[in-house]
Design a protein around this ligand. Sequence first.
Ligand SMILES: Nc1ncnc2c1ncn2[C@@H]1O[C@H](COP(=O)(O)OP(=O)(O)O)[C@@H](O)[C@H]1O
Ligand SMILES: [Mg+2]
Length: 229
Amino acid sequence: MTIVECIRASKTYATGGEDVPALHAVSLTLERGEFAAVVGRSGCGKSTLLNLAGAMDFPTSGQVLFEGVDTRSLDDAGLARLRRRRVGFVFQSFQLLPSLSVVENVELPLLLAGRAGARESALERLRWVELESCARRMPYQLSGGQMQRVAIARALVHAPALLLADEPTGNLDTATGDAVLELLRRLAREQRTAILMATHSAEAASLADTLVRLRDGRVEEIRQTAAAR
Ligand SMILES: Nc1ncnc2c1ncn2[C@@H]1O[C@H](COP(=O)(O)OP(=O)(O)O)[C@@H](O)[C@H]1O
Ligand SMILES: [Mg+2]
C-alpha cells in the first residue's frame, strides 16, 4: 500500500522578488512499512521534501498524493486531520515542552484532539520506546537520546501512517543516535509505519531500506540498501 507518492513534484519558494527553487520534478513512492532516508548536502531540499510529503506545504507544480489523495485537493478540515492524525513529525531539536512532564508531553496531542484514554495510550507508547519508567520526569532530567525517544513516542500517539524525521540524530552522539535509529527500524518493521528521514549521517542512511539522494533539488539516485529485505 502506497502512503506517499510524489509525481514530478517541484517547489519554488517565492521570497520578496526572488524565486528560490528548492525541489525539481521529484518522483518517488513510499510504501507502508518502508524506511527511507533522504540524503544530500545542506540546502539540497531534504526538509522541503519532508514538508511536501506531510502536507505541511504544497508543490508549486506536480503532485503529492497522500494515501491516494492529492494534498492540494484537501479542504482545511481534511488537511488538519491529515497533519494531526496521519503524520508524525520528529525534529533534530526534540521540541518537547519543558514545563510538562514526559507523559504529559506524549499525551498532549490526544488531549488536544479530545480523545479519551490519553494517559493510558501515552504510557503504552512510552513502554514501546522503553521509557515508561521516566514518565513522571521532566524533559531536563533526560539525556538527549531519551528526549528523542519521548519525541518519537509523542509523534506516534495517533498511530500515524507516516513518520517524518528531520535530522533526528543530528544532536546526538553516535551511541545514542544508534538507539534512536534502531527504534525507527523497529517502527517500520513492527508497526508498518512508513518513515521518511532526512539525514547527514551515512550510518543513519545505511539502516534505512531506501536511499534517496538529492542534489540541488533533484533526485540523483534512489536505491534499495543492504538493510532492505
Ligand atoms: N521558507 C523558505 N523560504 C525561502 N527559501 C527557502 C525556505 N525554506 C527553504 N528554502 C530554500 O530552499 C532550498 C532547500 O532548503 P531545505 O529544504 O531546507 O534543504 P535541506 O533540508 O536539504 O538543508 C534552500 O536553498 C533553502 O535556502
Ligand atoms: Mg533541512
